[in-house]
Ligand binder design. Structure first.
Ligand SMILES: Nc1nc2c(c(=O)[nH]1)N[C@H]1C(S)=C(S)[C@@H](COP(=O)(O)OP(=O)(O)OC[C@H]3O[C@@H](n4cnc5c(=O)[nH]c(N)nc54)[C@H](O)[C@@H]3O)O[C@H]1N2
Ligand SMILES: Nc1nc2c(c(=O)[nH]1)N[C@H]1C(S)=C(S)[C@@H](COP(=O)(O)OP(=O)(O)OC[C@H]3O[C@@H](n4cnc5c(=O)[nH]c(N)nc54)[C@H](O)[C@@H]3O)O[C@H]1N2
Ligand code: SF4
Ligand SMILES: [Mo]
Length: 752
C-alpha cells in the first residue's frame, strides 16, 4: 500500500496548527468538569434509554446512552454531554421577562441567550409591547385557532430536526389536513442536495451504508466534513479503518487538525499518542469539488480502472458521464479546483486499489450553489468504480441534527414522496393539496412579500439559521402570528418577531417526555426513546406531541382524524407503520422494544430503488467560479485589503446557532469575532496576526475582527456561523433550495 507522504496539496507553506491533534485531553477534561458539576443528574441522563440529542450519528437508545446500534460501548462523545448540560440548566426566572425589555433581549449574544436557562412557562409578545409576558393555555389555543384559520397557502411551518418522529408526523399530518404543503425544514439549509440528488440517482435519498458496512470498508473519501467536531464518533471508525490498513482521503479546502490527527478517548493508545486520519488531504477551492471528482473519474477512465461490467448491468447514462470526463481537459480541471493533476491521480489510484469504498460528505459538499451537482459527481465516482450496491461500500451523507432524517421520512418536506402522498390521502380520506409548498428560503421570500399570515416553528432558530438576517427580520415581521415551540431561548425569539403576536411554547426535551418517542439516525436506524422526567420543579412545560395535537384539535376538531387520540404516541406509531414505507416494524416496536434499520435503504445488491432498478447517472457541469475582486466591493485600491472566499462553519463548541463556548481552541480562535486566514494571504495584504480588520460581505460588514493564522487554502477565509449570516447573501441551488453558505465573496480590509 502506497503511503502518501505529502498530506497536503497547497503549493506554499506548511499547515499552521495551534494544537497538534483533534480530540484528546481537552475532551476528557470537559467530561470530568461536567461530571463533577452535574454529578448524578448528568449520569442519569447519559444512561437514559434515549438517542443522543446532538448529532445524527445516533448513539444511545434502548441499549443505553453509551452504545451504538452494534452494541459497542464507549460511544458517547463530549458533544452529547454538551447538549445534555445545556438542557440541564435551571429555569428562566419567573419574573425574567417582566424585567427584561425586548431591547435588552435583542442585545444578547447567542451564548448569552442560551445561558438564560430553560424556558419553563409560555410567553407572548403582543404588538406594541416592549416585554414578553406570561400567557395561559386557553388563550394560546384561542390565538392558534384564529391565526391558522386562513387560506392554506398563507399558513406555514418550519422545523428543526431535534423533535421526535411522532411530533414530526403529527406536524405534517396537521399541515396537510389544513391543505398546506408549506413544510419548511432545516434540512432545506443542510442536506437537501443529498436527498434530492441521491433520490434521482438511486431512488432513495438517504445513506446506503450501515455502520456495519463502514466497518467493512477499506477506503473512506471524506468530503466537506469536520467530523472531529460535528460527528466525533465517526472518528472512531476512521481510526479503526486506518488500523486495519485502509485509507482515508480527505477533501476540504481547510486543513482541520482533527482530520490529520485525532486522539479518541475511546482508545487508550489513540488518546495518548493520537491517530493519523488522512492518508491524502486534497484542498479544492470552495465550491469546486465537481471539478476534482470529474478529474478523479477522468483519471480512472484513463487508467482503465472503471468497472464497465457493473456500469453496463446496473446503471443508465454512464456513457455520457464517461464522455464528459474525457472531454474535460486536465487544464480546465486543475484551474477550476486548484489541485494538481498528480494529486488527483493519486486519489484515483487509491480508490481503484481499494475493494470497498465509502463516499461520505457533509456541508462542504452540500452548501454550494451547485450542491446537487456535487452529489451527482460523488455518486458517479461510486458507480464508475462499482462501489454501490455491495456490502462495505456506497454513498453516505453524514446527517446533521439527531432526527433530521426522521423528519424527512415522516413527510416533513416540500417534496413529498408519492407513496406517502397516496397513503396519507387514504388515511385522511381526501386528496392532498397539489399547490407546491415553500421550502425555508422560499418561506422567507413569501413572508417578505406579505404572503404568510401564521407560522409554527417546531424547534430551531429560523431567524439565525438563514442568511441575510436583516431580510429574515423584515420577512418574519410581515407575518401576523408566530409560534416558537422551543426548549431554550435563542436569538430568533428576540429578532424574528411577528407583527401581531409572537408566542414561545416551552417543551420537554427528548429525555423528559411523558410518552415514548422514536428517532432515526443518519445510518437509517430507528431508536426508541423511553419516557423521562424533567429536573425543573413546577415548570409549566408541555410535550411537543400534546401541543401539536391540541392545536390540531382546536383547528380541525375530530376531522378527518381524532387529533387528541394522537397524544397516544403508540397509536401514532401505528399510523406511521401504515403510511410510511420501510417503517413497518413501528407497528410492533412498543411490544418488542426492537430498534431497527429502515427497510429498503441499505443497498447490498446493485438493485436500486429506481423504477428500472438501475442507478441513473447525471453529467455534472464544472462550475464557473470567479474569484472575488477588490473592485466588486467599491473600495479604493489604496487600502490594505484582500478579496477572499469565505467559508462559514461551526466552531468546536456550538450546536448550530447555539453557542456553548466563545472560543475554538483547536483552530486557535479565542472568540467568535475572528477570521482564520492563510498566513501567506495575510502577509500579501500586510496583516499581522491578531490585527483587527473589517470584513465586508455582500450585504454588510463586521468590524474589529481579529486575524488568526491557520490552515485554510490560499484565497480562503473561515468564520463562524450564525454571526456571519448578518453579512452574507449566498446564491441558491434552485433545484433543492440550498444556500451556498460555503462560498461567499468577502473583502478583508485593514481597520480604519
Ligand atoms: N458539535 C456539533 N455537532 C453538530 C453540529 C454542531 O453545530 N455542533 N451541527 C449538526 C448539523 S445540523 C450539521 S448539518 C452537521 C454539520 O457538520 P459539518 O458539515 O462537518 O459542519 P461545518 O462546520 O459546516 O463544516 C463543513 C466542513 O466543510 C469544509 N468545506 C467548506 N467548503 C468546502 C468545499 O467547497 N468543499 C469541501 N470539500 N469542503 C468544504 C469546511 O472547511 C468544514 O471543514 O453537524 C451536526 N453536528
Ligand atoms: N452561514 C451558515 N448558516 C447555516 C449553516 C452554515 O453552515 N452556515 N448551516 C445550516 C444548517 S446545516 C442547519 S441544520 C441550520 C440549523 O438551523 P436550526 O435547526 O433552525 O437551528 P438550531 O440552532 O439547531 O436550533 C436551536 C434551537 O432549537 C431549540 N431546541 C433544541 N432542542 C429542542 C427540542 O428537543 N425540541 C424543540 N421544540 N426545540 C428544541 C432550542 O430552542 C434551540 O435554541 O442552520 C443553517 N444555517
Ligand atoms: S457522535 Fe453524535 S450521536 Fe454520537 S455521542 Fe457524539 S454527538 Fe451524540
Ligand atoms: Mo444541518
Amino acid at each position: 500500500m502506497a503511503r502518501i507522504l505529502k498530506p497536503y496539496s497547497a503549493k506554499a507553506g506548511s499547515p499552521v496548527f495551534k494544537v497538534s491533534r483533534g480530540g484528546g485531553l481537552p475532551v476528557v477534561l470537559y467530561w470530568a468538569e461536567k461530571t463533577l458539576a452535574y454529578r448524578t443528574l448528568l449520569w442519569q441522563k447519559l444512561n437514559h434509554k434515549s438517542a443522543c440529542k446532538s448529532c445524527a450519528w445516533g448513539t444511545g437508545g434502548q441499549k443505553g446512552g453509551f452504545r451504538n446500534e452494534l452494541n459497542e460501548p464507549l460511544q458517547r462523545c463530549a458533544k452529547g454531554v454538551e447538549s445534555i448540560v445545556g438542557d440541564l440548566q435551571g429555569p428562566v426566572a419567573a419574573d425574567f421577562f417582566a424585567r427584561q425589555s425586548l431591547a435588552q433581549l435583542q442585545a444578547l449574544s447567542s451564548r448569552e441567550a442560551e445561558r438564560l436557562g430553560r424556558l419553563s412557562y409560555p410567553v407572548i409578545l403582543r404588538a406594541g409591547s416592549s416585554h414578553y409576558e406570561r400567557i395561559g393555555w386557553p388563550e394560546i389555543y384561542a390565538i392558534a385557532q384564529k391565526a391558522f384559520a386562513r387560506p392554506p397557502e398563507r399558513v406555514a411551518s418550519y422545523s428543526s430536526g431535534r423533535s421526535s418522529n411522532e411530533a414530526a408526523y403529527i406536524l405534517q399530518l396537521m399541515m396537510r389536513a389544513l391543505g398546506s404543503n408549506n413544510l419548511a425544514d432545516c434540512s432545506d439549509l443542510c442536506h437537501s442536495p443529498s436527498t434530492y440528488g441521491l433520490k434521482q440517482v438511486f431512488g432513495s435519498g438517504t445513506s446506503m451504508v450501515s455502520l456495519e458496512d463502514l466497518k467493512q470498508s477499506d477506503c473512506v473519501v471524506l468530503i466537506g466534513s469536520n467530523a472531529p467536531a460535528n460527528h466525533p464518533r465517526l472518528m472512531n471508525e476512521l481510526i479503526k479503518l486506518r488500523e486495519r490498513g485502509g485509507r482515508v482521503i480527505v477533501v476540504n479546502p481547510v486543513i482541520e487538525v482533527g482530520l490529520m490527527n485525532f486522539a479518541s478517548p475511546a482508545f487508550v493508545p489513540s488518546l495518548l499518542f493520537g491517530s493519523e486520519i488522512s492518508s491524502l488531504y486534497l484542498q479544492p477551492d470552495p465550491g469546486s469539488d465537481v471539478a476534482l471528482f470529474v478529474g478523479m473519474a477522468k483519471s480512472l477512465i484513463e487508467q482503465n480502472k472503471i468497472d464497465r461490467r457493473f456500469l453496463g448491468a446496473h446503471t443508465e447514462n454512464s456513457q455520457a458521464v464517461i464522455e464528459h470526463a474525457q472531454a474535460t481537459s486536465w487544464q480546465q480541471i486543475e484551474s477550476t479546483c486548484g489541485i494538481e493533476r498528480v494529486l488527483i491521480e493519486q486519489a484515483a489510484q487509491m480508490i481503484a486499489r481499494s475493494e470497498r469504498v465509502v463516499f461520505a460528505w457533509a456541508m462542504g459538499a452540500t452548501q454550494q450553489a451547485n450542491g446537487v451537482d456535487n452529489i451527482f459527481a460523488i455518486a458517479n465516482l461510486a458507480l464508475l468504480t462499482g462501489n454501490a450496491g455491495k456490502p462495505g461500500a456506497g454513498t453516505m451523507p453524514i446527517r446533521g441534527h439527531s432526527n433530521v432524517q426522521g423528519f424527512g421520512s415522516m413527510g416533513v418536506s416540500v417534496r413529498l414522496k408519492e407513496e406517502i402522498r397516496l397513503a396519507l390521502e387514504k388515511l385522511l380520506g381526501r386528496p392532498l393539496s397539489r399547490v407546491p409548498g415553500h421550502d425555508t428560503r422560499r418561506l422567507i421570500e413569501a413572508a417578505a412579500a406579505g404572503q404568510i399570515d401564521a407560522l409554527l416553528c417546531l424547534g430551531g432558530n429560523l431567524w439565525g439559521a438563514n442568511p441575510d438576517q436583516g431580510q429574515a427580520s423584515r420577512a418574519l415581521g410581515q407575518i401576523e402570528t408566530i409560534f416558537y415551540i422551543s426548549t431554550k431561548p435563542n436569538q430568533g425569539h428576540f429578532h424574528g418577531l411577528a407583527s401581531k403576536q409572537t408566542i414561545i411554547i416551552p417543551v420537554f426535551t427528548r429525555d423528559e417526555n411523558p410518552h415514548r418517542t422514536t428517532v432515526e439516525s443518519g445510518n437509517n436506524f430507528v431508536r426508541l426513546n423511553e419516557t423521562g422526567r424533567t429536573h425543573l420543579p413546577g415548570a409549566d412545560l408541555i410535550s411537543e406531541v400534546e401541543f401539536l395535537t391540541q392545536v390540531a384539535h382546536h383547528l380541525l376538531g375530530e376531522v378527518p382524524v381524532d387529533w387528541r387520540r394522537l397524544q397516544d404516541t403508540a397509536y401514532v406509531r401505528q399510523l406511521i407503520a401504515q403510511t410510511i414505507p420501510g417503517f413497518e416494524k413501528m407497528a410492533t416496536i412498543d411490544q418488542t422494544r426492537e430498534e431497527f434499520t429502515i427497510a429498503g435503504r441499505i443497498f447490498h445488491e446493485p438493485v436500486f430503488a429506481t423504477p428500472t432498478g438501475r442507478a441513473k447517472m447525471f453529467v455534472p457541469p464544472l462550475p464557473e467560479l470567479r474569484p472575488p475582486q477588490i473592485g466588486d466591493f467599491g473600495i479604493e485600491p489604496s487600502h490594505r485589503a484582500i478579496p477572499l472566499v469565505l467559508v462559514s462553519v461551526r466552531s468546536y463548541s456550538q450546536h448550530n446557532t447555539v453557542v456553548y463556548k466563545e472560543g475554538d481552541s483547536y483552530r486557535g480562535m479565542p472568540h467568535r469575532n475572528c477570521i482564520l486566514l492563510n498566513p501567506d494571504d495575510a502577509q500579501a495584504a500586510g496583516f499581522a496576526e491578531h490585527e483587527r480588520v473589517t470584513v465586508i460581505g455582500k450585504i454588510g460588514c463586521k468590524e474589529q475582527v481579529e486575524v488568526i493564522f491557520g490552515s485554510p487554502k490560499r484565497g480562503v477565509a473561515l468564520m463562524f456561523y450564525p454571526e456571519i449570516n448578518a453579512i452574507i447573501q449566498p446564491p441558491i441551488d434552485e433545484r433543492c433550495g440550498i444556500p451556498a453558505f460555503k462560498r461567499n465573496p468577502i473583502l478583508v480590509v485593514a481597520s480604519g
